[in-house]
Design a protein around this ligand. Structure first.
Ligand SMILES: *[C@@H]1O[C@H](CO)[C@@H](O)[C@H](O)[C@H]1NC(C)=O
Ligand SMILES: *[C@@H]1O[C@H](CO)[C@@H](O)[C@H](O)[C@H]1NC(C)=O
Length: 170
């Protein structure tokens, strides 16, 4: 089936993006080992403690999602206060409860890599248009995905709808 085939290609492309991101993480880890963070090996730890919902301290994080490329341009924000320190995906889920645009995000799970954000607020990246949701802290691209990145207190995370090229992956 043609649609099945194109879906596989689409997924492989996303895996490639994730792998690029993982490679960036490895390079970073080799050149500048980060100090231990409690019992976790790094912020980009793929294996998280089962009881993480109970172990993180309460922090404040701002999530933003910006789309200047697709017809329905938007710039949404969710200020999360007093949320347990956990992987970014959890904050994204919480953001949906206070800012409706974040309610409409879709993700796909890839074994060993974690969740990849497919769409936010109805805007979806595609291989055809070479677009995706790029995740940044300040102006710096995150070195890992939403399943492994753990935000710091006071951090602002931007989900920016962009092209592979603009993000430096092409
Ligand atoms: C906006 O996104 C939709 C759905 O992903 C897509 O069909 C459309 O071509 C996009 N429009 C622009 C201007 O990129
Ligand atoms: C967000 O994406 C737009 C569109 O590609 C780009 O012009 C802009 O520089 C990006 N912003 C950041 C902070 O990367």
């Amino acid at each position: 089936m043609v649609s099945e085939k194109s879906r596989v290609v689409f997924s492989m492309d996303k895996v490639c993006l994730l792998v690029i991101v993982s490679c960036a993480l490895l390079n970073g880890a080799i050149s500048s080992p980060s100090p231990p963070l409690g019992k976790k090996p790094s912020q980009c730890s793929k294996e998280l403690p089962d009881s993480c919902a109970l172990c993180g301290r309460y922090i404040n994080v701002v999530l933003k999602a910006k789309n200047v490329l697709n017809g329905s341009n938007f710039n949404i924000e969710a200020k999360l206060s007093g949320v347990r320190k956990q992987p970014l995906l959890y904050f994204l889920e919480q953001a949906g409860t206070i800012s409706p645009g974040f309610n409409k995000f879709k993700s796909t799970y890839y074994k060993g890599l974690g969740y990849f954000i497919d769409s936010i607020n109805g805007v979806e990246g595609s291989v055809a248009s070479k677009t995706f949701w790029h995740i940044l802290s300040g102006n710096k691209a995150l070195e890992c995905g939403v399943s492994s990145y753990v935000p710091e207190d006071g951090e602002t995370i931007l989900f920016n709808f962009t092209t592979y090229k603009a993000a430096g992956y092409e």
